[in-house]
Design a protein around this ligand. Structure first.
Ligand code: ATP
Ligand code: SF4
Ligand code: MG
Length: 336
């Protein structure tokens, strides 16, 4: 099994994201907020995404890798319209995603569908599989007039489920089968882009492999663009053509998936790879020891990795730009 796309001549981008930012206000108790106001302290906010830019081409899988809290789901939710962006632009198949409503918004949503992490919570337990997978068709007024069951049966077969599943409820399936139902629902409208947010993280390793294989097959059969989000280095490498790495909402590196291990060079990328590939229980991560962290003073304009970086120097008080060091390989670090 391989995630590498054999088509070398990929057409224009399906998804283009330009300088996308989103912050959340940090919740405080009423008393603390009142004290802060009296002292003239501005309410704090957490920058979940900071000026993130990337694109995904037709038939391509872009892996989005980052630790918990790095902003992966926030990015997916902003793209899906669940959260408003603070600033930035995004286009899907050349159409603006943000600031559109009504039929334009519906058209965007038809072309961009999502598969969620939790195969148990993401399907309504009161609905049969027939209702679940036909719901997107109803919402978009695309129900086939005749032979609805034949149509739905073909859709199920495409994700490896039998026709008998139509009358059953989610509770009657295993986690892997439920994820197949979620994928089927997401593909009913034949979208141009599929966003998979930790779509295999809740599954056993053997079931994970089956779902990854299914996604790779569907992607190549339908020439789908896919944004595959995960904290798991091995899984992202397996399925992706290219990979972007997020650290605290900042895109720190972008490179071809088959170069991650050898050429991934941002200090955070190396830290993540060390954690994923080489450390055994009891080993310490070299990059983020408390001694390193406390010795540094971060300013708002510093590199996002300044506090944890073993290579940080005076220059790192200035935020580094993401710059291309080789075709297809961009890094945000002064010392790479
Ligand atoms: N609705 C919200 N309100 C306040 N803060 C939020 C909200 N959603 C996300 N955040 C914060 O934004 C940051 C990024 O969260 P996000 O869920 O995007 O991370 P993630 O990379 O998907 O993590 P995980 O791997 O755990 O799913 C976190 O610090 C999180 O606490
Ligand atoms: S710019 Fe400085 S702090 Fe940031 S990753 Fe590079 S060396 Fe580390
Ligand atoms: Mg998440």
């Amino acid at each position: 099994m391989t995630g590498q796309n054999p088509d070398k001549h990929l057409p224009a981008a399906v998804l283009e994201v330009d300088s996308l930012s989103r912050s959340f206000s940090v919740e405080k108790s009423l008393l603390h907020s009142a004290v802060d106001r009296l002292r003239g302290i501005v309410p704090q906010s957490l920058q979940a995404l900071h000026e993130v830019s990337f694109s995904v081409a037709r038939g391509e899988t872009l892996g989005l890798l980052g630790e918990s809290g790095s902003g992966k789901s926030t990015l997916a939710r902003v793209l899906m319209g669940i959260y408003e962006p603070d600033s930035g632009l995004a286009k899907l198949c050349g159409r603006e995603i943000f600031g559109v409503s009504g039929s334009e918004r519906l058209a965007v949503l038809r072309d961009m569908q999502m598969v969620f992490q939790d195969p148990f919570g993401s399907l309504d337990p009161r609905m049969t599989v027939r209702q679940i997978i036909s719901e997107p068709l109803k919402i978009h007024g695309l129900m086939p007039r005749e032979n609805v069951d034949a149509f739905l049966t073909r859709a199920l077969a495409d994700v490896g489920l039998e026709a008998g599943a139509l009358g059953l409820y989610p509770s009657e399936f295993s986690g892997g089968q439920r994820q197949r139902i979620g994928i089927c629902r997401a593909l009913m409208l034949n979208p141009a882009l599929l966003i998979a947010d930790e779509a295999v993280s809740a599954l056993d390793v053997s079931v994970q492999a089956q779902i990854l294989e299914l996604l790779i097959r569907l992607r190549s059969e339908r020439n789908l663009a896919m944004l595959f989000i995960s904290h798991d280095v091995a899984v992202v490498r397996q399925i992706s053509d290219r990979i972007i790495l997020l650290y605290r909402g900042n895109l720190v590196e972008e490179l071809p998936a088959d170069q991650l291990l050898e050429n991934g060079c941002h200090p955070y990328t190396r830290h993540l790879l060390a954690a994923a590939l080489f450390l055994r229980e009891g080993d310490r991560l070299p990059d983020a020891s408390p001694a390193n962290v406390s010795a540094k003073v971060e300013t708002g304009s510093a590199c996002c990795y300044f506090q944890a970086c073993p290579k940080a120097g005076k220059e790192c008080q200035q935020r580094p730009q993401l710059r291309e060091i080789k075709p297809g390989h961009r890094v945000a670090c002064h010392f790479v």
